[in-house]
Ligand binder design. Structure first.
Ligand code: 4AD
Ligand code: MG
Length: 449
């Protein structure tokens, strides 16, 4: 028996069929006529129908049941029985009922609300069945990630969130004053520290929130998002791609196994997820460009404020959502695109010894318009080459001295990647917007609630 106040949750009801149970929760919905009141109770773990028959409860309890409103909090006692027709498969014959607090004018009714209304009421919207299901899938994805790495000999090494330098370009930095030491920046990625950690512990992962001052108002960008970043000493790009596939395969299988109910609530077509098994697809950036040209997909670029189409797609440019989606039209499973042009990618990526115009980078794109799930690379491990890249990118060499040190004292080939938690959850749940897959989204136009 737990030391905490012991009570059953709706999720655990199968243990207590035929017994007298006590449930605590909120009114999800209710209806009634005459001597019967039906309460759909939710307790955070699930919902169950509770039937209040006037003859079975005290007069006060029946009056209380009649007075209930949506989201009122209450404690219910009753007999649990299996009931096929009821949602969830159980029903409670109520014997007693106690209102904890009567809710007044709950703003979210079962009717349709506009997107902006719901997001303004995010603190309450989380109680709705679809949002509830998405949050449970999110928790499962995070658990799958931790289990995967912990179970494969990786050590969790947290990277700092306040940092003295940029990791992913200087255009998306959040900056803040840092006492007498000048400017500090919110971390865009834990990678640089993960590299130092990998040289100390071999196989590590860093897992936490990351920040990008993204100006883009897309359905796939947040300004604060969670990323898991493995980093491994003596790993090359091929090892890195293998690991990325293993991780994604593991997450999908775990979610399919542990979130059946949630995926059903979300009306997710799970046949599209059942096939997510290795091997995935792999093509080079150059092959991807050829594909775009064959499919007549242009580069969309802003020239003097006006959007223009450039065709054929010029080798050297990075892909945007349009290109990613066009490429993924060819694939029903994730596809890794590797060996990108130097100019399209970050300063720390290792030059491809076979082709100096490209770096040993890889992005994993997801099917069903999931977009980029993973970005990774083999890292530049040569001191002089890295220094040159830092300078070419106009980054302050001073702030990177410690990072350069890693190339001075026992430098080794090493690789890693970052998987975006929200991109992954969005894909797996089929959510239409990334703001629905994090409890309290942060976007360019939203910081409340
Ligand atoms: O491709 P990115 O920028 O890679 C890195 O940050 C590397 N330092 C990772 C590494 O090698 N350790 O970001 C990695 C992933 C993307 O593939 C995407 O899933 C997610 O992070 N991501 C975002 N998710 C939501 N909102 C944004 N603004 C995101 N930017 C990146
Ligand atoms: Mg990327």
């Amino acid at each position: 028996m737990s030391r905490y106040k012991s009570y059953l949750t709706i999720e655990e009801l199968s243990k207590a069929v035929g017994e007298e149970v006590t449930l605590r929760g909120w009114v999800y919905n209710m209806r009634g006529k005459g001597k019967l009141q039906f309460i759909i109770l939710r307790d955070g773990t699930g919902i169950v129908q509770c039937v209040v028959f006037q003859g079975n409860v005290s007069e006060e309890a029946f009056e209380a049941a009649k007075s209930l409103t949506q989201e009122s909090s209450l404690i219910i006692k009753g007999k649990l029985k299996a009931e096929e027709r009821a949602p969830g498969g159980y029903e409670i014959d109520v014997t007693d009922l106690q209102v904890v607090q009567l809710s007044k004018d709950y703003p979210i009714s079962p009717k349709e609300h506009g997107d902006s209304f719901l997001i303004e009421h995010r603190h309450l919207w989380l109680r709705s069945s679809k949002q509830h299901a998405i949050m449970r899938v999110r928790a499962a994805v995070v658990k799958a990630i931790r289990d995967f790495f912990d179970g494969n000999g990786f050590k969790l090494m947290d990277s700092p969130l306040l940092t003295p330098n940029a990791c992913e370009g200087t255009s998306t930095l959040f900056e803040t004053e840092y006492f007498d030491l000048g400017k500090a920046y919110l971390s865009q990625s834990g990678q640089l520290y993960a590299e130092a950690s990998a040289m100390a512990l071999g196989k590590v992962y860093t897992f936490g929130p990351t920040f990008r001052a993204e100006r883009s108002k897309t359905r796939k960008h947040l300004t604060e998002f969670w990323m898991v970043e493995p980093e491994i000493a003596f790993f090359d790009l091929d090892d890195d791609m293998d690991l990325a596939e293993d991780l994604v395969e593991y997450i999908v299988a775990f979610v399919l196994k542990s979130c059946r109910q949630e995926l059903e609530t979300l009306e997710r077509d799970t046949t599209k997820l059942e096939i997510i098994k290795r091997p995935f697809y792999r093509i080079s950036y150059t092959e991807a460009v050829d594909m775009l040209i064959a499919d007549k997909i242009p580069l969309k670029k802003k020239v003097e404020g006006e959007e223009v189409d450039i065709f054929p797609f010029p080798w050297g440019e990075d892909f945007g959502a349009v290109q990613e989606e066009a490429i993924m039209e060819h694939f029903d499973k994730p596809c890794i695109i590797h060996r990108y042009p130097v100019e399209a990618k970050a300063f720390y990526m290792k030059r491809d010894p076979e082709n100096p115009k490209t770096v040993l980078a890889m992005d994993m794109l997801g099917p069903e318009k999931a977009g980029e799930l993973i970005g990774g690379s083999q890292r530049e491990d040569d001191y002089d080459a890295l220094l040159k890249r830092i300078e070419e990118n106009n980054l302050p060499v001073e702030a990177f001295q410690w990072y350069l040190d890693l190339r001075k004292y026992g430098s080794v080939p090493h690789s890693g990647f970052g998987l975006g938690v929200e991109r992954t959850v969005k894909w797996l749940t089929g959510a239409s917007h990334i703001r629905e897959v994090i409890p309290f989204p942060r976007m360019i136009y939203r910081i409340v609630p």
